[in-house]
Design a protein around this ligand. Structure first.
Ligand code: ADP
Ligand code: ASP
Ligand code: MG
Length: 829
């Protein structure tokens, strides 16, 4: 009688677990630690390889052969380096390197053909992509063998049999069972470890096809099913299956155990941690699929099985499907007419488009459903064709299409039978002021799907996550202390002064990190925070004129608003957007506020733009429950706005604020009084970083006017910048020059300025900058030194003897200090 073999444990290593030789070595250690029990290894391609191969294939078909050659060279080097590091010199390594060489030589050859034909079929795409997994499996097998473990590389086409749909093949269970047993049993029986490339299978005529992105998860569960395995370990770069995507919800937690149906629902509805169909083969089996942290092999991660635990959590996790569109078929003629729904979905099905959410109003006036945005137009055309007669007869109004949406999916077995869950979800969304566009609950009550504006999806996930207290689910935190993530918009002198100051903030229970820098060219972003070293390197490069878009390792080209939108899609904790530019950034700031960021301004423009734009900006902050602080826009680091607010909060009423609010002019006049020529004084001010990027902003009084407007708006002034009268100190004709020309010709203005100073001195006064009035030398303003600013508050309580704040009001260090104070306030320090 044949003895029943002991079922093997399936270990699958994801791309991140195979990033380089060191990672592969660690994966080999994990396998060795599970020996000598029978096991099968399934591997993904090395990190980034599938993306590079698919991109290379697409570019080749567009004729970009040079790019493909570079890709092939880089991939060749990556694989050869891993092979050399993991396998000792000898026949085994030589053979391995021959495979690597051949794979990329052939890639270039096929790419040349594609470029000539300008055509890329799904079959060729799969054939090219397959080399990622095939090579990593060969390298893994060789490394395992070098570590003393008996192994056998088994190609996926000998194991996994599919229906042959290139790009998204479905495995055929019965045929796979036969071939897998035939190919793998003998190896297992002799105590060796089969190493199988994931993601791939054979078409009925023996060609290679892929199972869809992330498909090696499916290879692993499929092998578990056909080999009767009880345990599958999927080694990934996360601590387990989390309550939400950690890139979106920073306080996502590991769920210790979820039901197979819950996990399948999550995977199907967008949780990128598992291939959407990965759990299909084991759905009704007694198998434990574990999502395990590669970085922590002793941890069990998350168990996905048929047990029901964590009853106190009716909702266990959530995810969101991005880039969705809603199609709505409406019309009074639909009422009670049978078959409209069936025809609607038949029309969409006919196009091979999958529908992920359906709602029908009980009045039957409309049917509404969501499809991926990319296929929405096609779906609409098909529906219009189907219902052409009804539309002509006006029984159906037409087909409405709404794009730019996302579907939030809330999953938990406990939702069935627990009343009020949906209400809690909607209350959380309402509180976060997120509009619900459509919603559906499956009859299983396992999942609640809610369509929201795509840009709101991250905030929606955070709101629901918080409402169900999922951060307390007990599986431990993803490594993240209480922190605030800072995005610097503008990386000029002030930004470069501020960055190291932020990095140095040390306070208990508070972490400040700079996650992104944005300039006019683009941005640099790292969700894990830019290290002080990286910041210093970027600052040095920027000071030498390298735009951020060109920054080595990670610079991207983008407009500021686009950059903020990109950054906001990631898991940021208490994000704070700091505007250090002198540009008109209102739209970018609104995008930031809309995405849940607080805003700190050193830039005066957004708060001195038209009254309407100012009111809208403030309203945007309020709508999204975010704060807009701008202490540094007036008096740099001096606490001017803060003082104003404290006075008002304590019941005082401010009736007048007078001031000398320009550090630049203060400095200039001080120097002029000492006999320094105007050109030298202005150049000195520029070197010290006092003036605006164009010093004529200061000289023209515009900068002073902006500050006056900011203070004025605090105390209720309803006018515009143009309502503020200032005298310009820009020499005649100089306002029409280009900035560079103006700066070149500064010397020409020295004589006129020397005369002004002499005239003031002759009258026993000194020049001060209140629109160049001659202030009596005994006035307190006359005693202002250097860049000192002075603000005089006349209030109900300080009427006779006004409250005076004096101190340096220009320069990167004091300005950065003022900004940092605002940032700390928002960080809860
Ligand atoms: P593999 O290395 O096996 O291919 P993936 O990269 O496909 O692993 O899956 C892990 C990624 O899935 C994580 O980096 C994480 O950002 C993302 N992810 C999305 N939703 C979740 C979730 N709910 N739990 C864990 N990870 C998630
Ligand atoms: N390498 C493939 C991908 O990146 C399959 C996988 O990793 O599961 O999609
Ligand atoms: Mg994957």
């Amino acid at each position: 009688m044949a003895r029943t073999p002991r079922p093997p444990h399936i270990h699958k290593f994801g791309g991140a677990s195979l990033a380089n030789a060191a990672a592969i070595r660690q994966a080999v250690e994990i396998v060795l630690a599970h020996r000598p029990a029978p096991l099968v290894v399934v591997v993904s391609a090395m990190a980034g390889v599938t993306d590079a191969l698919l991109d290379g294939a697409a570019r080749a078909a567009r004729g970009d052969v040079g790019h493909v050659r570079a890709t092939a060279d880089a991939l060749h080097a990556q694989h050869a380096a891993a092979a050399r590091a993991l396998v000792p010199a000898g026949a085994g390594r030589d053979e391995l390197l021959r495979h690597v060489d051949a794979a990329f030589a052939e890639l270039e050859q096929v790419a040349g053909g594609l470029a000539a034909l300008r055509e890329l079929t799904p079959r060729t795409t799969d054939y090219l992509a397959a080399r990622g997994e095939r090579l990593s499996a060969r390298i893994f097998a060789a490394a395992l063998e070098a570590a003393g473990c008996p192994v056998a590389y088994v190609d996926a086409t000998a194991v996994v049999q599919t229906d042959g749909t290139f790009g998204n093949a479905s495995p055929d269970l019965r045929r796979t069972e036969r071939s897998a047993r035939k190919a793998l049993r003998p190896i297992l029986n002799r105590g060796a470890v089969p190493v199988v490339p994931g993601f791939l299978g054979a078409t009925p005529d023996g060609q290679v096809a892929t199972l869809g992105r992330g498909g090696s998860d499916l290879t692993a569960t499929l092998l578990a099913r056909v080999l009767g395995a009880r345990e599958v370990s999927l080694w990934k770069d996360v601590p387990g299956l989390l309550t939400a995507d950690p890139r979106v919800v920073p306080d996502a937690r590991v769920v210790p155990q979820v039901h197979l149906r819950e996990a399948a629902e999550l995977a199907y509805y967008g949780a990128k941690v598992l291939h959407p169909r990965a759990l299909g083969p084991v759905m009704k089996r007694s198998v434990a699929v574990r999502i395990r942290p590669f970085a922590e092999p002793a941890s069990l991660g998350t168990e996905i099985s048929r047990r029901r635990t964590l009853g106190e959590y009716p909702v266990k996790a959530l995810s969101a499907i991005p880039e969705q569109a809603l199609l709505t078929v409406t019309g009074s003629g639909m009422l009670g007419v049978p078959g409209i729904a069936a025809r609607t979905f038949a029309a969409v099905h006919h196009e091979g488009i999958s529908v992920s959410l359906i709602t029908q109003a009980s009045s039957e006036h409309s049917i509404c459903f969501s499809v991926p945005e990319a296929s929405a137009e096609r779906a609409r055309r098909s529906l219009e064709a189907t219902f052409r007669p009804e539309i002509a007869r006006e029984e159906i109004d037409g087909i409405e299409l709404q794009t730019g949406l996302a579907t939030l999916v809330v999953v938990g077995l406990g939702m069935a039978g627990t009343p009020g869950i949906a209400a809690r979800v909607f209350a959380a969304l309402a509180e976060a002021r997120i509009n619900v566009i459509a919603t559906a609950q499956g009859s299983s009550e396992l999942n609640l799907s809610i369509v929201v504006d795509g840009a709101e999806a991250p905030r929606a996930q955070r709101a629901v996550h918080a409402a169900f207290q999922l951060s307390k689910i007990g599986g431990g935190a993803v490594d993240h202390p209480d922190r605030s993530d800072v995005v610097l918009l503008g990386f000029g002198q002030i930004g470069r002064t501020l960055a190291p100051m932020i990095a140095k903030v040390k306070q208990d229970a508070l972490t400040l990190r700079i996650v992104a820098l944005i300039d006019r060219s683009g941005f640099v972003f790292d969700a894990a925070g830019l290290s002080p070293r990286r910041l210093a390197a970027l600052a040095a490069a920027k000071a030498k004129g390298t735009a951020l878009a060109k920054a080595p390792a990670g610079g991207r080209r983008a407009g500021a608003t686009e950059a903020v939108a990109f950054i906001a899609r990631h898991a940021l904790s208490n994000p704070i957007l700091v505007d250090l530019t002198a540009d008109d950034t209102t739209e970018t700031l609104k995008a930031g506020l809309g995405a849940g960021m607080h805003v700190v301004l050193a830039n005066k423009r957004p708060v001195t733009a038209s009254k309407r734009s100012y009111v809208e900006l403030r309203a945007a902050a309020q709508t999204h429950g975010r704060r807009l602080l701008h202490e540094a826009t007036v008096g740099a680091g001096l606490p001017i706005i803060d003082t104003y607010q404290k006075l008002v909060e304590s019941g005082d009423r401010v009736s007048k604020i007078e001031g000398c609010p320009s550090g630049t002019l203060g400095y200039l006049f001080g120097e002029l009084g000492r006999g320094t020529p105007f050109s030298t004084a202005l150049r000195g001010a520029i070197a010290k970083g006092y003036p605006e990027p164009d010093p004529r902003e200061d000289l023209s009084g515009k900068d002073v006017a902006r500050k006056a407007l900011i203070l004025g708006r605090l105390i209720g002034f309803a006018g515009e910048l143009t309502d503020i009268a200032v005298e310009s100190l820009v020499p005649d004709g100089a306002d029409r020059l280009a900035l560079a020309a103006f700066l070149r010709r500064l010397d020409e203005y020295d004589a006129a300025w020397a005369e002004r100073v002499a005239a003031a001195a002759a009258r026993g006064g000194v020049l001060r900058y209140r629109a160049i009035v001659v202030v009596d030398a005994s006035s307190p303003m006359a005693s202002l030194n250097g860049t000192d600013n002075q603000f005089i508050f006349t209030t109900m309580r300080y009427r006779k003897n006004p409250l005076v704040i004096t101190g340096p009001g220009a320069g990167p260090a004091v300005t950065a200090g003022g900004i940092l104070n605002d940032v700390l306030k928002l960080a809860g320090a």
